[in-house]
Design a protein around this ligand. Sequence first.
Ligand SMILES: [Zn+2]
Length: 82
Amino acid sequence: MTARRSGPHVTFTSRDVRAGCFCCHGSEAHWWGPQAQGTAARHHDATGHQTWADVVLSVRYGREEADSRQLDIEAAIAARAP
Ligand SMILES: [Zn+2]
């Protein structure tokens, strides 16, 4: 997970990689983490097996903790609603 400030918001990105070999592991993931995709490629090169890698990129804008000011505004709006 990396945090970087770009403009007024904080951006978190995380990349979840899982990979495997259809021949050796079926559809079950066997390799995880940043090296998984390369490992799947090298395993294919070495064996000729059909390998796979799934990459899930997650992006989050803003801090994880709730913004209490925003909650207060929403509570005020809800309280005023008929
Ligand atoms: Zn294999």
